[in-house]
Design a protein around this ligand. Sequence first.
Ligand code: SAH
Length: 212
Amino acid sequence: MEDGPKHQGRRRQLAEQLEGKGIHDERVLDAIRKIPRHLFLDSSFEDFAYQDTAFPIAAGQTISQPFTVAFQTQALQLQPTDKVLEIGTGSGYQTAVLCELGVKVFSIERQHELFLFSSSMLKKLNYNYVGKFGDGYQGLPTYAPFDKIIVTAGAKQVPPALLRQLVVGGKMIIPVGVGSQKMLSIVKVSEKDYQVKKLGDFRFVPMLEEKE
Ligand code: SAH
């Protein structure tokens, strides 16, 4: 599949829609205008790729709705020097958005098929990041701590390892709940204290533990 003026036009429209829904971070809107989302989907979805909708990808997973991607990215309040950990690489689209914002990106995916697909697509598009095949509940202790952590699957509870791997002053955006989720913003204010805010209701595929 190619990327052409037809796709670029659709992306501009999508960015406008997201702006109408409350996305105001220009860097996030620029990333939406730039990244060829249709390449992260099966070619049969080419005509729908710029609708503000989630779609099925391999291994029974989904690519998040563009609004959700933009909302979580905006909520992270990224700084150019940030080290960011993403849990649930999936298609790799959210990973590309993070890379476009110029931060250092680490991403974990537990489905091997998706790990391979996202690695090759992100490489083809020249994105630099560290991708790992593994269990996001464990985080990435060897690369910790992280300034920001973004979880893109619904967690039953906040994984303790991820809280440990956040710097003091760092922030995690994570959907928590079974069935549907509350999006939480968690700021680590000291080694032991966290400030938690609810940012709204969302629906994600479940974050699975190694043995599930
Ligand atoms: N950001 C992705 C979202 C994919 S859906 C995108 O927009 O394409 C959530 C992803 O989290 C799925 O790919 C799923 O396989 C992955 N996932 C679920 N549990 C996980 C875990 N414990 N560790 C890492 N990834 C996990």
